[in-house]
Design a binder for this molecule. Structure first.
Ligand code: PLP
Length: 406
C-alpha cells in the first residue's frame, strides 16, 4: 500500500482555501496539523447526540459516552503498544503530561541535591516543568549538550549520570531541528543505573510507529492536535509500577474512591490522574484520528514524509545563501533554515503573503537558538497531506522573498 495523496487531501477541508487569493500551502504541521473530515464529524456527532458526563450516570447517554471514552483509551493503548489501558492517562496535551510527572514524581522522589537530566534540544514544555520541580525540591537541572548537527552527544549524556540522577526527560524528535534522537539507546543506558526516562513524543507520534514496551520508556507524552486530532487532548503513558506509586496531580471528582473531611482515598488507575469532568468529545476525536492514521498505515506515512523531507532538503539547498540549521543523521520532516542575513520574520511574512504557512522564530526552543547564536529560523514542517508541488511553491517563494529582501 502507498499513500494516495489526492484522496488524503480531499479529506482535509482546511487545505482547500485561498489565502491572500492564493492556494494555501500549509507547512506548519509541527505546530499543529489540520483535521480530516472524520475527526470534525466525530465532534459534531458527539455534541449532537451523545453529550453526557461519563462514568457515574445511570442514563443511556452517559453509558454510551462512557463506553466510547473507555474504548478510545483501549485504542490509544494498542496504538502505542502499551501493556494495559490503565497506563493511558488522558490529559490536555504534552505540556500537561510532562507537568503531571514533574509535579508528582518530584513530590515523591526528588530530594534536595538530586539531579534531573534534560537535553539542549528540548521544547520549553520539557524544560520549564523540570525547572519548577527543581526549584521546588532544591534539586539541580543538568543539560546534555548537542553537537553542531543538532544531535545529543551520547558520551556527554553518560558523563552526567550519577547516583543523584533521579530522572531523564528527552524529546523523541526535536520540534526545532527535526533531529530523531536514539531514545532506545538512551533508555538502555539509563536503565542500567535504574534511572527512569520520560520521552516527549509530541513530534514523533504523528510520523512513526510507537511501541512503548519495545522502547521500554517509563513515561511517554504526546498531544492529539499534532496528529490530526482536536486541540485540548493529549496522552500520558506511564508504566503501571510508576503510576501506582505516584501521588495524584490534581484533586477533584473522578479521582477519588471515598471522601470524608478527615481523609480521602484515591481511585485506581487511570482515574487517579483524571480529576474533574474529562474532555470526552476531544478524546473521541483523538480516537477518530488514530483510526484515520492507522487506515493509511504508519509505515506508509513515514516513508512518504521521508521522501518529502529529502526532496525539500535538496531543493532548498539549491538556493544560494540558504543554510539548514540541524543536519542530524536521522531527521523527521522538519527543516529549519536561514537565508543570508535575512531575518526569519521578514522571510516568513513574505511567504505568508504568498499563501505559504511556515513558522518563524525560536519555536519554543530558545536554548536551541542560543546554541547556534541565531535569533530564530524559518521552519517548514510536513504532514502526510503535503505534496512535492507544495515544496516547489515553497522553494519559489523563498527565492522571491530573497530577491525582494536582499
Ligand atoms: N514538546 C514538543 C517537542 C513540541 O513540539 C511541543 C509543541 O510544539 C510540545 C512539547 C508542547 O505540546 P503542546 O503545546 O501540545 O502541549
Amino acid at each position: 500500500m502507498t499513500i494516495d495523496i489526492n484522496h488524503i487531501r480531499e479529506d482535509f477541508p482546511a487545505l482547500h482555501q485561498l489565502v491572500y487569493k492564493r492556494p494555501l500551502v500549509y507547512l506548519d504541521n509541527a505546530a499543529t496539523t489540520q483535521k480530516p473530515k472524520v475527526v470534525i464529524e466525530t465532534l459534531v456527532e458527539y455534541y449532537s447526540k451523545q453529550n453526557a458526563n461519563i462514568h457515574r450516570g445511570v442514563h443511556y447517554l452517559s453509558q454510551q459516552a462512557t463506553v466510547a471514552y473507555e474504548d478510545a483509551r483501549c485504542l490509544v493503548q494498542s496504538f502505542i503498544h502499551a501493556a494495559h489501558s490503565r497506563e493511558i492517562i488522558f490529559t490536555r496535551g504534552t505540556t500537561e503530561s510532562i507537568n503531571l510527572i514533574a509535579s508528582s514524581f518530584g513530590k515523591k522522589f526528588i530530594k534536595p541535591g538530586d539531579e534531573i537530566i534534560i537535553s539542549a534540544l528540548e521544547h520549553h514544555s520539557n524544560i520549564v516543568p523540570w525547572q519548577i520541580a527543581c526549584e521546588d525540591r532544591q534539586a539541580i537541572l543538568r543539560v546534555i549538550p548537542i553537537n553542531e548537527n543538532g544531535e545529543i552527544i551520547t558520551e556527554e549524556f553518560e558523563k552526567l549520570l550519577n547516583e543523584k540522577t533521579k530522572l531523564i526527560a528527552i524529546a523523541h524528535i526535536s520540534n526545532s531541528l527535526g533531529t530523531v534522537n536514539p531514545v532506545k539507546e538512551f533508555i538502555e543506558i539509563a536503565h542500567k543505573r535504574n534511572i527512569p526516562v520520560l520521552i516527549d513524543g509530541a513530534q514523533a507520534v504523528p510520523h512513526q510507529g510507537i511501541d512503548v514496551q519495545e522502547m521500554d520508556c517509563d513515561f511517554y507524552c504526546f498531544s492529539g492536535h499534532k496528529m490530526y486530532a482536536p486541540m485540548g487532548v493529549g496522552i500520558l503513558y506511564g508504566k503501571e509500577k510508576w503510576l501506582e506509586e505516584l501521588p495524584p496531580y490534581q484533586g477533584g471528582g473522578e479521582m477519588i474512591k471515598e471522601v470524608t473531611f478527615e481523609k480521602t482515598t484515591y481511585n485506581e488507575l487511570p482515574y487517579k490522574f483524571e480529576a474533574g469532568t474529562p474532555n470526552v468529545g476531544d478524546v473521541l476525536g483523538l480516537a477518530s484520528a488514530i483510526k484515520y492514521i492507522a487506515g493509511h498505515g504508519m509505515e506508509n506515512i513515514h516513508q512518504y514524509e521521508s521522501s518529502l523531507l529529502d526532496y525539500a532538503t535538496k531543493k532548498l539547498l539549491e538556493i544560494q545563501g540558504l543554510r539548514i540549521i540541524g543536519n542530524a543523521g536521522i531527521k523527521a520532516g522538519v527543516i529549519s533554515f536561514l537565508v543570508g542575513k535575512i531575518h526569519p520574520y521578514d522571510l516568513g511574512t513574505i511567504l505568508d503573503k504568498l499563501g505559504i504557512a511556515v513558522r518563524t522564530g525560536h519555536h519554543c526552543a530558545q536554548p536551541v537558538m542560543d546554541r547556534y547564536d541565531i535569533p530564530g529560523t524559518v521552519r517548514a514542517s510536513f504532514a502526510m497531506y503535503n505534496t512535492m508541488e507544495e515544496i516547489d511553491v515553497l522553494v519559489e517563494g523563498v527565492k522571491k522573498a530573497k530577491a525582494m529582501l536582499e
